[in-house]
Ligand binder design. Structure first.
Ligand code: 5GP
Length: 342
């Protein structure tokens, strides 16, 4: 337990509003008592399971609590500090820009506020390098996706390297990836990196095949890509040929019931192939976890040694979207820290 906490870590798959801690939810509930929201509506506790549909309901509740600039600023700074306290040295946060007519929040202001939070944490000396992925919610369709890409392009030029890419997420059962291809292609051509949720549910083989041709720079989950889960060898071959890292979130997949148990998690399949697999939290608040706990789970479920855990966290550096100079700095940092924990 202590080893995983002290281990320097890289977090690459964290949705902002899914990462809001119990303490921060408490503060938001106090700001908005009239909503009558309780903790049981915003988090899935130990041993509990939900369907994926129920998980998406949870996000709707959290979005009600987080609907002003002040909320976003607080949520983002709290989440960044919490990751830093857990030993995360490099974090890529992702979030879907939202417009809220009631509070005057715009999508542009939404992104600006998250950038402000990142800069505030940096100025306070919080020991973590944070970057941002602008998220496309597939439920909102192709026009909204294109609008989001254009917004991300603006920030790619103006955010001093803080905005590095795009995420594609949202309910996998709604919409089809082919409609979003033009937006994703455009983003890619403007220099935005792509992290796409792929094959989170079994029915997405054709979509995954199409999106893998982009190809994306990283894959979120990819639960049903491999033949043992009903996927196919040709999908696996595309991932391997393009060497596309996978972002794997054990607790999220087990609590959301897309994976039946920890020991059956597809981490095993990809890790045995020696394919770049990055351990992530997904939604640390909703799923009541943190990145140390996820590393701990991988170790206890699959019998990884301390050395193997070290290599796993170090290899994640090669999968980040920030430039080569940042990778080099992180590698030096890891080398420095190694003596302290072994
Ligand atoms: P936000 O983008 O508002 O910061 O974070 C919550 C959003 O992230 C959700 O509304 C959903 O679009 C996305 N999200 C969070 N967790 C998951 C997940 O496990 N799967 C998918 N497909 N989307 C997710």
């Amino acid at each position: 337990g202590l080893f995983c906490r002290e281990l320097p870590k890289v977090e690459l798959h964290a949705h902002l509003n899914g990462s809001v801690s119990y303490q921060t939810i408490e503060k938001l509930i106090r700001r908005k008592p009239h909503l009558n929201i309780e903790h049981s509506m915003t988090a899935i506790g130990k041993g509990q399971r939900r369907t994926l549909e129920e998980c998406f309901q949870v996000f709707k509740v959290i979005h009600q609590l987080v609907d002003t600039e002040e909320d976003i600023l607080m949520v983002a700074t709290d989440v960044i500090r919490e990751f830093a306290e857990d030993g995360v040295k490099y974090l890529e946060l992702r979030s879907t820009p939202r417009e809220e007519k009631n509070t005057g929040l715009t999508k542009k202001r939404y992104v600006e506020t998250i950038i402000k939070a990142i800069q505030q944490c940096k100025n306070e000396g919080v020991d973590i390098d944070v970057r941002f992925l602008v998220a496309i919610d597939r439920r909102n369709g192709p026009e909204a996706a294109m609008e989001t890409v254009k917004l991300a392009e603006e920030f790619l030029l103006s955010s001093d390297g803080l905005v590095v890419g795009l995420d594609l997420s949202g309910d996998p059962k709604v919409g089809h990836g082919k409609d979003l291809l033009p937006a994703l292609q455009r983003g890619r051509n403007s220099g935005l990196k792509l992290s796409l949720h792929l094959s989170e549910v079994p029915s997405q083989l054709e979509e995954s095949d199409l999106l893998l041709n982009l190809p994306p720079d990283r894959i979120g989950h990819g639960t049903f890509l491999h033949p043992e889960m009903g996927g196919s060898q040709s999908l696996v071959d595309k991932v391997l040929k393009n060497n596309i890292p996978l972002e794997l979130c054990l607790t999220s997949n087990v609590k959301g019931q897309t994976v039946p148990s920890y020991s059956k998690h597809h981490f095993k399949y990809w890790y045995q192939l020696g394919h770049p697999s990055v351990i992530c939290t997904d939604d640390k608040g909703v799923f009541c976890t943190d990145l140390s706990h996820e590393y701990q789970l991988v170790a206890s479920t699959f019998g990884l040694s301390r050395e193997a855990l070290w290599n796993l966290s170090q290899q994640a550096i090669d999968c980040i979207f920030a430039p080569e100079t940042v990778k080099q700095q992180l590698k030096w940092r890891w080398t420095d820290l190694k003596h302290h924990i072994f």
